[in-house]
Design a protein. Structure first.
Length: 308
């Protein structure tokens, strides 16, 4: 085996925590369960395990640093008159102590149970009580319309599987879908963990959700407000044309029944179109001249608020 420090990619002055962190990174990347049918990855995993087995044992590490044993944990020289029975154990052959990866990486780590099985050595004790495997976490991004109407997406899992995930209609942002038995493997005959898929909904530039209703703020011109018009507005199912009634005002709400978010009972909310009065060009000379000549007969719109 190569120099164990080189295998783990750490300096010879590396601390125990630095060794652990380096090994964890390599084990995650090259474990056979994560890289099925990949002999190169399996070889790298075995090499990293052997390197960590040697360097994490303080006595072995000191002997290696002094040149008394090689990278495989075998004696380089046998001093005369010194008993060396049992020297060389715990090298690449995996005859060292059994590592408790659950305590090393935490019970919630996706790979903790995989590591625990892989690292069991001769004579090592391992809990054989049935235990559910750890859950695996994923994130899936969908559009506002896909979350509203529902969609299907293919997700690549860490176990190599590709599954079709059905996002139900009316899914909220940051909702979590649970895929039973698609997480880390169970131990001692326990069930496999689950895959937890968090749904992230991309904001829409115009539409927003309020319960089962969809709200859209749509600008209209002064002419459209006074004379009425047919305008185009977006919905979760595509664009539609709606009628702006003659004499509409800023804040007028148009209701589109059934164009909102589908509910579990099969019904759907409404879409609310809120009109915003917008002057196309407030500096237009003709508009300015018209307003100067126009004498409103109605009360100040702020009068109802008790304002001048």
């Amino acid at each position: 085996m190569r120099d164990p420090y080189e295998v783990l990619g750490v300096a010879r002055t590396a601390t125990a925590d630095e060794l652990k962190s380096a090994y964890r990174k390599l084990a995650r990347a090259h474990h056979p369960d994560v890289n099925p049918n990949n002999p190169r990855a399996e070889e790298k995993f075995k090499e990293a395990t052997a390197a960590y087995d040697l360097l994490s044992d303080e006595a072995k590490r000191k002997r290696f640093d002094r040149g008394e044993i090689n990278a495989n944990g075998q004696e380089r020289t046998r001093p005369r008159g010194r008993h060396t029975a049992g020297a060389g154990t715990g090298g690449a052959s995996g005859g060292g102590r059994a590592w408790n990866f659950d305590s090393m990486f935490g019970e919630d780590d996706l790979f903790s149970d995989i590591f625990a099985r892989a690292s069991k050595g001769p004579g090592g004790r391992q809990n054989t009580a049935p235990r559910k495997g750890p859950d695996a976490n994923y994130r899936l991004h969908v559009t506002f319309e896909e979350a509203a109407l529902g969609t299907s997406r293919t997700v690549s899992l860490t176990n190599g599987k590709r599954l079709t995930v059905k996002v139900p209609p009316g899914t909220d942002d940051e909702s979590t879908l649970r895929l039973k038995g698609q997480g880390g493997p169970g131990t001692g005959g326990g069930p496999d963990g689950d895959a937890l898929v968090e749904i992230k909904v991309k904001p829409h530039p115009i539409l927003r959700r309020e319960g089962t209703s969809v709200v859209a703020d749509i600008p209209i011109t002064l002419q459209e407000a006074v004379l009425g018009a047919k305008i185009e507005v977006p919905t979760v199912a595509g664009k539609v044309r709606v009628t702006v009634p003659k004499g509409a005002n800023g804040g007028t709400v148009l209701r589109l029944p059934g164009k909102g978010i589908p509910a579990p009972d099969g019904t759907a909310g409404d879409q609310l179109v809120r009109l915003r009065l917008v002057l196309e060009d407030p500096t237009d000379g003709k508009l300015e001249s018209f307003v100067k000549k126009w004498k409103p007969t109605g009360p100040n719109p702020r009068a109802k608020l008790g304002l001048e």
